[in-house]
Design a protein around this ligand. Structure first.
Ligand code: ADP
Length: 226
C-alpha cells in the first residue's frame, strides 16, 4: 500500500498548484485541501465566513490569517487528514499561517514543502487564459476548453473565467505573493523542509518531478539498516 503524505505546495498564482495538487492527492490517496476552493465554497453557500471573504477575494486581497487558519484547523483535524495526511494547496500564505499550521499538525509535522517554480511571464499568460468549473473547480484554458460548449467534462458544471482573474486582480495577487508568501520559502528552507521543483513543461512531467522528490526524501530519511 502506498503510504500517505503531509505535503504543502507553494508557488505563485498560475504555477499549476491546483492541477498538481489534484494529481498528487490521487497518487498518495490523501485529501486535496485547497483553501481557495474551500473559501469559494463558503462564498457560494453564503456562510458568515463567505460573506466576509467575498469582496476581499474579488479584489485579490488575502483573507485575515485567523479566519483562514480556523477553517484549515477544522479540516486538518478530521479523521482522513489526521490519519493519512493531505496535500495542502494555497496555505500557508504568510509566516503567521505557517506558524499556526505547525501547531495544527503537531506532533506529526509537515513532511515536505514543494515550491513550484514558474517564470512570472508564463503565469501571467496562463492566468489570463484560465477558465474554471464553478462547481468542481476543474481547470481549463482558452487553448484547451472542455469538449462541449464550456460545460465541465468532469461534472457538467459551467466553466467560466474566475472573478479574480482580471488583469488588475492578477497583478495584485502576484504582488502580494512576492511580499507575503515568498518569505515562506526561506522559512521552510531554514527548517529543512523545502524542495524546489521546476513547474514548466507538461503536467505529467511536473508530477513525475514532485513524486521523485518525495520518494528521494523518504529514502534519505529512512534509518539505515546496520
Ligand atoms: P490564487 O492562488 O490564484 O490566488 P486561490 O484559489 O488559491 O487562488 O485563492 C483565491 C483567493 O482566496 C485568494 O486570492 C485569497 O483572497 C483567498 N485565499 C486563499 N487561500 C488563502 C490563505 N491561505 N490566506 C488568505 N487568503 C487566502
Amino acid at each position: 500500500m502506498i503510504p500517505g503524505v503531509r505535503l504543502v505546495v507553494l508557488g505563485k498564482q498560475g504555477a499549476g498548484k491546483g492541477t498538481q495538487c489534484v494529481r498528487l492527492s490521487h497518487h498518495y490517496v490523501v485529501p486535496h485541501v485547497s483553501t481557495g476552493d474551500m473559501l469559494r465554497g463558503e462564498v457560494k453557500s453564503k456562510t458568515p465566513l463567505g460573506l466576509r471573504a467575498q469582496s476581499l477575494m474579488d479584489q485579490g486581497e488575502l483573507i485575515p490569517d485567523d479566519m483562514v487558519m480556523e477553517m484549515v484547523g477544522a479540516r486538518l483535524s478530521e479523521r482522513d487528514t489526521r490519519g493519512r495526511g493531505f496535500v495542502l494547496d494555497g496555505c500557508p500564505r504568510t509566516t503567521t499561517q505557517a506558524e499556526r499550521l505547525e501547531d495544527i499538525v503537531h506532533p506529526f509535522g509537515v513532511d515536505l514543502v514543494v515550491n513550484l517554480e514558474v517564470p512570472t511571464s508564463l503565469v501571467m499568460k496562463r492566468l489570463a487564459s484560465r477558465r474554471v468549473c464553478v462547481d468542481c473547480g476543474a481547470n481549463y484554458s482558452t487553448a484547451a476548453p472542455p469538449m462541449v460548449n464550456w460545460t465541465c467534462d468532469v461534472c457538467g458544471g459551467e466553466v467560466v473565467q474566475r472573478e479574480d482573474d482580471t488583469e488588475e486582480a492578477i497583478q495584485r495577487r502576484l504582488d502580494l505573493y512576492e511580499k507575503q508568501t515568498a518569505p515562506l520559502i526561506e522559512w521552510y528552507d531554514d527548517r529543512d523542509k523545502l524542495v524546489h521543483i521546476n513547474g514548466t513543461g507538461s503536467p505529467d512531467s511536473v508530477t513525475r518531478r514532485v513524486v521523485g522528490a518525495i520518494d528521494a526524501q523518504r529514502q534519505a530519511r529512512r534509518p539505515s539498516v546496520p
